[in-house]
Design a protein around this ligand. Structure first.
Ligand code: PEP
Length: 250
């Protein structure tokens, strides 16, 4: 059985004080949860403060991106060594906003996924089609391209420590959620790709999150699908109450 994983992507929100308040509230509200892996993904400037607050709790820490080199002349970037050092367990890689606004490609995603593993960070690798891709019937082609190239060269062990987030770009921050059937169809397709690339055992064990306007009122129907193992939550993760309701979807 795959343990569900619900992660909050805070995007470019929250100052230190705001982030500390949010995670302190959240910590109390989810303290009794043992059957879901809970992760928060704040901005770089608050990672250290949030790490301190969630130390020895059931909440894991994710960064929202990183560069693949360990150190050096890469102005403005942050390395896997630094993320590990500040207390990150996970790193979100290849979010559609990074692909759209910051030139992220399958090749850079793959470099980052491999660098994360090299430093003991678990990547949450985002994949998903744009609205025009879905409308022109190439959803599977686009998703396959993201999955196959993003995970290229990983060992089975590394794959088992990788989370995939299927996020249809047209559903992110738009209030338009994929229907549970639409999401399940793509999740099943991704699991089939993993079986081809690795093995059926690996495919059965890897967790695939859905992301795109997940809210307290739609999470249960999505989580009821056999191949949906969690959520990557944007807007609703910025409020302790709504994120808690999502974490407690059962
Ligand atoms: C996201 O940014 O990963 C996301 C899914 O955002 P939202 O939940 O706001 O659609």
């Amino acid at each position: 059985m795959r343990k569900p994983i619900i992660a909050g992507n805070w995007k470019m929100n929250k100052t230190i004080g705001e982030a500390c308040e949010l995670v302190t509230d959240l910590k109390g509200m989810v303290a009794d949860v043992t059957d879901v892996d809970i992760v928060v993904g704040p901005v770089f400037t608050v990672l250290s403060s949030v790490a301190e607050i969630i130390k020895d709790t059931n909440i894991g820490l994710a960064a929202q991106d990183m560069y693949w080199e360990e150190s050096g002349a890469f102005t403005g970037e942050i390395s896997p060594v630094m993320l590990k050092n500040v207390g990150c367990d996970y790193v979100i890689i290849g979010h559609s906003e990074r692909r759209a606004y910051f030139g992220e490609t399958n090749e850079t995603v793959n470099n980052k996924v491999k660098a994360a593993h090299a430093h003991g960070l678990k990547p949450i690798m985002c994949v998903g089609e744009k609205l025009e891709d879905r409308e022109s019937g190439i959803t599977e082609k686009v998703v396959k391209d993201h999955v196959v190239n993003g995970l290229d060269g990983l060992t089975e062990k590394q794959m088992l420590n990788t989370v995939i987030a299927y996020e249809p770009v047209w559903a992110i921050g738009t209030g338009k959620t994929a229907t549970p059937d639409q999401a399940q169809e793509v999740h099943k397709f991704i699991r089939g790709l993993l079986a081809d690339m690795f093995s059926s055992e690996v495919a059965e064990a890897v967790r695939i999150q859905y992301g795109g306007s997940v809210k307290p009122n739609n999470v249960s129907d999505l989580m009821a699908q056999p191949d949906i193992d969690g959520g990557l939550i944007g807007g609703a993760s910025l409020d302790a109450e709504s994120f808690t309701q999502i974490v407690k979807f059962k």
